[in-house]
Ligand binder design. Structure first.
Ligand code: TXA
Ligand code: MG
Length: 322
């Protein structure tokens, strides 16, 4: 079946609830084709990890610089030692507890991981996604898949199958439709190559949770950025994103913008962090569809998931700090 909303593309939309759809997705992956894959965080642009051609295609389709390595998605913790080595005990404890889940860990790679995935680095980023459709696919595939978020580089990540088609069109052969992503923002990334874990990107798993699980404090990464999500401008919609600390501040900004003949809108989830994360990207996309020029977002408190939301908002707005 092709998407009714995008008659110009030949992208297959596959119903993730059906085993035949998962089989079709596997067939495409084994033919070095790319598919949209649902996860609990955002949709990924998936290619077979053992196919250098598929991995190269991911970079081309995403228009992603080669020095921004990809996340390898695997079926289970039991598969980890095939892809990574010199794994610290604290990292094992964390993965066993959190996977499948929204946590990516960076470890020293084995030679099963090709240079194309890591841009020649000796480390690889790995996670087990907590999405029933992705897990069914990975368990049947007997391989890993690389999957960056299924958007063009620097843009807002997709949280529905239709977003993937809207962004990538026929550059993606099929999208496995697994519904709306429940979490809505990308995984936490933790560098586990050192004696203590370093946070590379905040996500739904907080540093406090990680510390409580493994008994080791998480350090904030400093110095040169090692994850592309840490670039100053990223996750950016077409509209301008402005940040407000309170709803009243947002209303004042809205008044000023409207007096200046700008189309503007307030986004405020009143401190409901899970709802905020789940709806942030789709709300920004909707603003773009409606031709809104400025979205004024009331920022959440910097606790738990709020830390990750503030990180994405800071980048979407190009604010230097929050
Ligand atoms: O939730 C997610 O993580 C989603 C879903 C699809 O799994 N994926 C995702 O991928 O957000 P992507 O490519 O948009 O972000 C991957 C991040 C990039 O910032 C990249 O630089 C970093 O992971 N990364 C990958 N390998 C790395 C490595 N060896 N060392 C440091 N950072 C790495
Ligand atoms: Mg991304």
């Amino acid at each position: 079946m092709t998407s009714s909303n995008s008659p110009s593309t030949s992208t297959e939309i596959l119903d993730g609830a059906l085993d035949t759809s998962v089989d079709r997705a596997i067939e495409l992956l084994r033919a070095d084709r790319l598919i949209g894959l649902p996860t609990e965080t955002v949709y990924g642009l998936a290619g077979l990890a053992s196919s250098k051609l598929a991995v190269r295609k991911v970079f081309v389709v995403k228009k992603r610089p080669l020095d921004h390595p990809l996340i390898l998605h695997i079926a289970s913790y039991e598969d980890l030692d095939n892809w990574a080595q010199d794994i610290p005990e604290y990292a094992r404890v964390i993965c066993k507890r959190i996977w499948p889940g929204p946590l990516t860990i960076v470890l020293r790679r084995t030679n099963k991981v090709c240079d194309e995935i890591t841009g020649g680095r000796e480390t690889v980023a790995i996670r087990v996604p907590n999405h029933e459709v992705a897990l069914r696919l990975l368990r049947k595939l007997d391989d890993g898949v690389v999957a960056p978020s299924a958007n063009r580089f620097g843009k807002v990540s997709p949280t529905t199958a239709q977003h993937v088609v809207d962004d990538l069109g026929s550059d993606v052969s099929a999208v496995l439709d697994g519904g709306v992503c429940l979490i809505g923002i990308e995984s936490t990334i933790l560098d586990c190559t050192l004696s203590t874990p370093q946070l590379l990107r905040p996500g739904a798993i907080s540093t406090e949770q990680i510390r409580d699980i493994c008994g080791v404090a998480v350090e904030e990464s400093s110095g040169e950025s090692r994850a592309s999500g840490m670039l100053e401008k990223h996750y950016a919609p077409n509209c301008r994103v402005e940040l407000a600390e309170t709803h009243v501040d947002a209303e004042v900004r809205l008044e000023i913008l409207k007096a200046d003949n700008r189309t503007a809108q307030i986004l405020d989830f009143s401190g409901d962090l899970a709802l905020f994360a789940a709806n942030l990207y789709s709300s920004l996309r909707q603003a773009d569809t409606q031709g809104i020029q400025v979205v004024v977002v009331v920022v959440p408190p910097a606790i738990g998931l709020g830390v990750a939301i503030r990180d994405r908002l800071a980048k979407a707005s190009q604010a230097t700090s929050l």
